[in-house]
Design a protein around this ligand. Structure first.
Ligand code: COA
Length: 254
């Protein structure tokens, strides 16, 4: 699959049709005017309102409200329901999903946010996970790689030229995290137990999952460049997957 970049993101169309082999990705600018925050706030559940109130900083409260509000609006478009009527339930490790009360729709989704940007991934039924990180200088990248990457990944990382390490680190991090989020197990699934391809220039791919290359082949992993200075990845349990990328609202980016 091709490497996607900023220019591949188009304004979201009014009517969204999701095919079985597709992943729809929405890039969301979380910095929105007050009227938009108020509008989104009005469609949140009591529980989400309470969660928003628990954020210490107003900025985080605003960003959470936009992220949840847009998630509700996006799902509402697919299901032809109002954003406020969407009900979520949560997996054992906190992964949000559509509640059984929504009538058993197969729609799957996942959300990631970093600073002022969020990504929402939607599939017609395949397990999906998305991750997003703002690229930044890290003093302890090697120590983190040694601690969290698999032995194979850590060995490859250690041999990379210094000028490739930052990109490689965030490639590996976001690809691993996207997979972990797709299976919904959070950090209860050992990060060292699966391998991803992450060397800059190398296509994103799951190489093995607990030494099972056949299971890894059931997955598609795709690198994303949602905005300059950010890197992301989406993991889908499907051998074939076509990505459609939109931004929401139509004309706004960070
Ligand atoms: C729960 C976890 C998904 C949080 O990830 P994060 O990087 O802090 O945050 P992200 O922005 O990527 O994702 C947060 C969103 O994921 C979703 N989420 C929460 N728990 C989840 C889970 N168990 N599985 C999948 N998605 C989950 C939620 O929608 C959440 O957003 P919301 O609370 O606003 O609705 C988890 O994987 C984690 O704690 N990771 C730690 C990071 C780490 O050490 N990574 C090492 C990589 S080498």
């Amino acid at each position: 699959m091709p490497m996607f970049n900023e220019t591949n993101w188009q304004p979201a169309p009014e009517t969204l049709t999701l095919l079985e082999s597709e992943v729809h990705l929405f890039r969301v600018n979380l910095e929105q005017p007050r009227w938009a925050v108020n509008k989104m706030s009005a469609c949140l559940s009591t529980e989400e309102d309470e969660r928003a109130d628990r954020f210490h900083f107003q900025r985080d409260r605003r960003r959470f409200t936009i992220s949840r509000g847009v998630l509700r609006a996006v799902i509402g478009r697919y299901l032809e329901r109002s954003p406020a009527s969407i009900r979520f339930s949560y997996g054992e490790q906190g992964k949000p999903e559509l509640a059984p009360a929504m009538g058993g729709t197969p729609l799957q989704f996942n959300v990631a946010h970093s600073h002022e940007l969020a990504l929402i991934a939607i599939t017609a039924g395949a397990a999906v996970g998305v991750d997003l990180e703002r690229i930044r200088e890290l003093d302890d990248a090697s120590a983190i790689a040694e601690r969290y990457f698999s032995p194979r990944e850590s060995a490859i990382f250690g041999q990379l030229p210094e000028d490739e390490q930052e990109a490689a680190f965030f490639n590996c991090w976001t690809r691993k995290e996207a997979f972990i989020k797709a299976i919904g197990e959070g950090l209860s699934f050992p990060l060292a137990d699966f391998d991803v391809a992450f060397v800059p220039g190398e296509p994103a791919r799951l190489l093995s999952i607990q030494n099972d290359a056949a299971e890894a082949r059931q997955w598609s992993l795709q690198a994303l460049v949602p905005w300059s200075g950010y890197t992301g990845a989406v993991a889908v349990r499907s051998r074939r997957c076509r990505l459609q990328q939109w931004h929401w609202p139509a004309e706004q980016t960070p």
